[in-house]
Design a protein around this ligand. Structure first.
Ligand code: NAI
Length: 329
């Protein structure tokens, strides 16, 4: 039998945590034959709720679930971690400036990065979900100098899946027939969902949407980029099950590989590809194989796409400069 994989989840008592833990324990994160130990990190106020969720996990009698640890100490939560899902973050509240938001999150992701650096397993893979995800991932990564930078990733898979969902609605094509969609840049309203490399049921995606540039610019791009706000408006709470699903997809794809002829979108440390300044954590088209990803090279970027990518990367640069000024990285 296989040795269990240690999976750390921060913010485990939150709404994404609640949608995430049961699927991890039932084998959707890593595979149906991989046992897992869960390490739940919460702040003191969240411990009791995390314990309640752990009781329910026991009540599911999942064959793959080995043990569950619940703690408010990062050193304990990340001890021997193979996979870490950093979900807990400080949300923006009314009247909060960007600097305050980054400062508060620096106080979370800096210490967590340090704890990962000191305590995680050598093969640690980190996914940051908590917003601002790209910059929180950058803060954690810079605080973990002994861990290879490419092990720190930020989640844009929800945006990717949202784009695929919208294309399926528009064209009537099956989700499984939609390939090579890309999210570029920041997980924010400036992100750019790019269909110019994509294929829908064997045709270029742009053709499949009736070469409708107006729909693309005025409907598709803003719908994907502002979907989070639309969900809050409709549901009265932010995306939780879809966010948890995307986190599962992100890690599953990272570990188990992308399909031949397809790719996914991940926020990863730039190597300077496509003019994105090296070191920024920005979303790119990536293929994955044997637990490693590579940024897809050599794509032709139109002027339209270039403008959109640059605008989102500019925002990431400003966020990085702000956390640098605050001494967080
Ligand atoms: P939530 O507020 O329901 O849960 C957050 C949990 O994190 C709470 O239980 C809180 O006690 C805990 N927490 C706070 N600070 C912590 C710390 N230092 N260590 C451990 N736990 C801590 O929030 P929800 O809905 O689960 O969302 C979590 C984050 O995910 C938010 O930042 C949200 O903006 C982000 N998000 C990101 C998405 C993406 O696509 N990248 C999509 C949807 C949400």
């Amino acid at each position: 039998t296989r040795t269990p994989v240690n999976v750390t989840i921060t913010g485990a008592a939150g709404q994404i945590g609640y949608a995430l833990l049961f699927r991890i324990a039932s084998g959707h994160l890593l595979g149906a034959d991989v046992p897992v130990n869960l390490r739940l990190l919460e702040i003191p106020q969240g411990l009791k709720a995390a314990e309640g969720t752990a009781m329910e996990l026991v009540d599911c009698a999942f064959p793959l679930l080995r043990d569950i640890t619940i703690t408010d100490k990062p050193a304990e939560a990340f001890d021997g971690a193979n996979v870490a899902l950093l979900v807990g973050a400080r949300p923006r509240t009314a009247g909060m400036e960007r600097g305050d938001l980054l400062q508060a999150n620096g106080g979370i992701f800096g210490p967590q990065g340090k704890a990962i650096n000191e305590h995680a397993a050598d093969d640690i893979k980190v996914l940051v979900v908590g917003n601002p995800a790209n910059t929180n991932a950058l803060i954690a990564q810079r605080n973990a100098p002994d861990v290879p930078a490419e092990r720190f990733t930020a989640m844009t898979r929800l945006d990717h899946n949202r784009a695929v969902g919208q294309l399926s609605l528009k064209t009537g094509a099956l989700v499984s027939d939609i390939k090579r969609v890309t999210i570029w840049g920041n997980h924010s309203a400036t992100q750019y969902p790019d269909i110019f490399q994509a294929e829908i049921a064997g045709k270029p995606a742009f053709e499949a949407i009736g070469s409708d540039q107006a729909w693309l610019e005025n409907d598709f791009v803003p719908t994907v980029a502002k979907r989070g706000a639309a969900i809050i408006e409709a549901r009265g709470a932010s995306s939780a099950a879809s966010a948890a699903n995307a986190a599962i997809d992100h890690v599953y794809t990272w570990v188990n590989g992308t399909a031949e002829g397809d790719w996914t979108s991940m926020g990863v440390v730039s190597d300077g590809s496509y003019g994105v300044p090296a070191g920024l954590i920005s979303s790119f088209p990536v293929t994955t194989k044997d637990g490693e990803f590579s940024i897809v090279q050599g794509l032709e970027i139109s002027d339209f796409s270039r403008g959109r990518i640059n605008a989102s990367v500019q925002e990431l640069t400003e966020e990085r400069d702000a956390v640098q000024e605050l001494g967080l990285i």
